[in-house]
Design a protein. Structure first.
Length: 116
């Protein structure tokens, strides 16, 4: 089964994981196999964060899924290939969010993480 389609002046690259479909529209000169790897890495990150990711995880935690994608990609290019460092950045952001909800000073949390 082919995971590539040509549509207008773009190539559509998609991959199915259980009941979820992930797709990317790329330019003609972009590499389809690298795009498949990007999709696979994104799904691995989602699996590590949510457990076994399902559509409800993405629907009810869209901002988290987008944040994971944003930590992983920048401007359509891979920003960080290390799953551990991406997940660590997400955990730190989650901790900061929890602390600000508890009305603790964000500066003290940043100091504890060694970022301030």
């Amino acid at each position: 089964m082919c995971s590539f389609l040509e549509w207008r002046d773009l190539k559509i690259v998609y991959k199915r994981y259980a009941s979820l479909y992930f797709c990317c529209a790329i330019e003609e000169q972009d590499n389809e196999l690298i795009t498949l790897e990007v999709i696979h890495r994104f799904v691995e990150l989602l699996d590590k964060y949510f457990g076994s990711v399902c559509e409800l995880d993405i629907i009810f935690n869209f901002e988290k899924a987008y944040f994971i994608l944003d930590e992983f990609l920048m401007g359509g290019e891979i920003q960080d290939t290390s799953k551990k460092s991406v997940l660590k950045a997400i955990e730190q952001a989650d901790l900061l969010q929890e602390v600000t909800l508890e009305d603790e000073s964000p500066r003290s949390v940043l100091e504890e993480m060694g970022l301030a």
